[in-house]
Design a binder for this molecule. Structure first.
Ligand SMILES: *Cc1c(COP(=O)(O)O)cnc(C)c1O
Length: 426
C-alpha cells in the first residue's frame, strides 16, 4: 500500500490549478504558495486527504493582499482610534486610487517642469481657512508639534500649563515628544488652574514659544481656570495652539471644541491639528498660521522626514473640496432618520429590537459630549461572531446586549450590516 503522503500533489502542479493560477495574478505568488504549502502540510499530517489539498488551499486564500480587514463601525464612537480613526469619503478613496498611480504631484504638466509638491491640497487647505497666512502638511499632529519645537525652541523653553500635559493614547505623551527635540518644558500653573500671570512670569530670554494644548480626551471640572487664546496672544512670545481635533471652523454640534479659524482670529501664531479626527480625512498633521513661521517650518531639514505621501495629499484635498466625509455626516445624523433605518433593519432580523442610546465623538475630541442615537439591539452572544465575520461588524456591548449604533454606520452600509447579521444567525 502506498503511503498517502506520497499522493500529496506537488507544489508546481497545484500552482498550475486554474483557480490558484488566477489567484496568483491577484494576490501574488508568495501568498498563494503559502496557502498551498499549508494545505500540503495538513495532508502530510493526515488531517485532510491528499485529494483535498487543492480545494483546501483555495479555501484558505486570503481575500486580498493586505491583512487589514474591512470593518463596519457600529460602535457609536465616531472617531474610533482602533478602527483607524476617520473613514474616508468615496471622493477621497477615489483620489487615493488616482494618486497611487503615476501622478503630477510634483510636476507641472503644462510646462514639463518640477512643481510645488501637493499644491492642490495646500491650496484647498488655505482656501478652507482664509485667516491662515500660510499652511503646511506633515505626517500627523505629533509630527507638526515636533517640527514646531525644532524650529521655534532649539535649546529653549516651551511654556505650557500643567493642566495641558496630555497623554494622547498608547503611551504617547506630548511633553515627552516635545522634550525629545532638546527643548525644555517650562511648566506653569497647576493641574486645575493656570492664569495669564503664570505664563507671563515664566517668559524670558530663554522662551521659545508658548504652547496651548487642547485636552482632547479628558475633562477637568470644578474649580478650574485657564488662560484663553486671546489672553495668551497678548504675551510677547510666539503662541502655538494644538487644537487636536482638526475642526477648521466652529461646529454647531460641538460648541466647546476649539477650531482653527477661531484660534487664528484670537491671535494664535500657529495652529496644529490632526487630519483624521473631526476633519474626517487621512492621517495628517495640519499647520496653519503666520506665513513667515510656516515658511521656516517648511525649510527646516526635518520637514523632509515628516512630509506626507502623495496618497495623503490626494485624500486631504478631496476631503476638503469634495462631499461631506463620513465623520461630518455622523456628527449631524438626525436621530429620527437613524430610528427609521433601525426600524427597517430590525424588522428583517428575528429577535432584534430598537433602542435609544448615546454615541460618543471618541478619541478625536469633544470629551464628555454624547450624541443621542439609535441602535439595533441584539443578543450579546452575537457580538463575537459579528466581529469575526466577513465583513467584520464591531458593535458595543451594553447591559448584556450587543448594540449596533447606527450613527457611525453609513446609510450605504445598512445592507452589508444586515447580511453580516443574517450570516451569524442563520
Ligand atoms: C490627537 C491629538 C494629538 C496627536 O495627533 P496625531 O495626529 O495622532 O499625531 C496631539 N494633540 C492633541 C490635542 C490631540 O488631540
Amino acid at each position: 500500500m502506498t503511503d498517502p503522503r506520497r499522493r500529496v500533489p506537488r507544489t508546481d502542479v497545484l500552482l498550475a490549478h486554474p483557480r490558484l493560477a488566477e489567484a496568483e495574478r491577484v494576490l501574488g505568488r508568495a501568498l498563494v504558495k503559502a496557502a498551498v504549502v499549508a494545505a500540503q502540510d495538513r495532508a502530510r499530517a493526515g488531517e485532510i486527504e491528499p485529494e483535498q489539498v487543492a480545494e483546501q488551499a483555495i479555501a484558505a486564500l486570503p481575500s486580498s493582499a493586505t491583512t487589514l480587514r474591512p470593518v463596519v463601525n457600529a460602535t457609536g464612537v465616531v472617531v474610533h482610534t482602533n478602527l483607524g480613526r476617520a473613514p474616508l469619503s468615496q471622493a477621497a478613496l477615489d483620489a487615493v486610487a488616482t494618486a497611487g498611480r503615476s501622478t503630477d504631484v510634483e510636476f507641472d504638466l503644462a510646462t514639463g517642469r518640477r512643481a510645488r509638491r501637493g499644491r492642490g491640497a495646500l491650496a484647498a487647505l488655505a482656501e478652507a481657512v482664509p485667516a491662515a497666512g500660510g499652511v503646511h502638511v506633515v505626517n500627523n499632529n505629533a509630527a507638526a508639534l515636533l517640527l514646531v519645537a525644532l524650529v521655534l525652541a532649539p535649546g529653549k523653553e516651551i511654556v505650557i500649563s500643567r493642566g495641558e500635559l496630555v497623554e494622547i493614547g498608547d503611551g504617547f505623551r506630548i511633553p515627552e515628544l516635545l522634550a525629545s527635540t532638546g527643548a525644555r518644558l517650562r511648566e506653569v500653573g497647576t493641574t486645575n488652574r493656570t492664569s495669564l500671570r503664570d505664563y507671563s512670569a515664566a517668559l524670558g530670554p530663554d522662551t521659545g514659544f508658548v504652547l496651548k494644548v487642547h485636552p482632547s480626551n479628558f475633562r477637568v471640572t470644578g474649580f478650574t481656570a485657564e488662560a484663553s487664546v486671546r489672553e495668551l496672544a497678548t504675551l510677547d512670545a510666539p503662541l502655538v495652539v494644538d487644537i487636536g481635533s482638526g475642526l477648521l471652523a466652529p461646529h454647531p454640534v460641538l460648541p466647546d471644541e476649539p477650531d482653527t479659524a477661531t484660534a487664528l482670529r484670537d491671535g494664535a501664531d500657529l495652529v496644529t491639528a490632526s487630519g483624521d479626527k473631526l476633519l474626517g480625512g487621512p492621517q495628517a498633521g495640519l499647520l496653519l498660521g503666520s506665513a513667515e513661521l510656516v515658511d521656516r517650518l517648511r525649510r527646516h531639514p526635518a520637514a523632509r522626514a515628516l512630509r506626507v505621501d502623495k496618497l495623503t495629499l490626494a485624500a486631504l484635498e478631496a476631503t476638503l473640496r469634495g462631499p461631506e466625509p463620513p465623520v461630518a455626516r455622523a456628527l449631524v445624523a438626525d436621530p429620527v432618520e437613524l430610528r427609521r433605518r433601525a426600524d427597517a433593519l430590525a424588522e428583517r432580523i428575528p429577535g432584534a429590537s430598537v433602542v435609544s442610546c448615546r454615541s460618543a465623538v471618541g478619541g478625536g475630541g469633544a470629551p464628555g459630549v454624547e450624541l443621542p442615537s439609535v441602535a439595533v439591539s441584539l443578543p450579546e452572544s452575537l457580538a463575537e461572531p459579528l466581529r469575526t465575520g466577513t465583513p467584520s461588524v464591531v458593535g458595543r456591548v451594553e447591559h448584556g446586549r450587543c448594540l449596533l449604533d447606527l450613527r457611525t454606520v453609513g446609510p450605504d452600509e445598512d445592507e452589508l450590516l444586515l447580511a453580516a447579521v443574517h450570516a451569524c444567525t442563520s
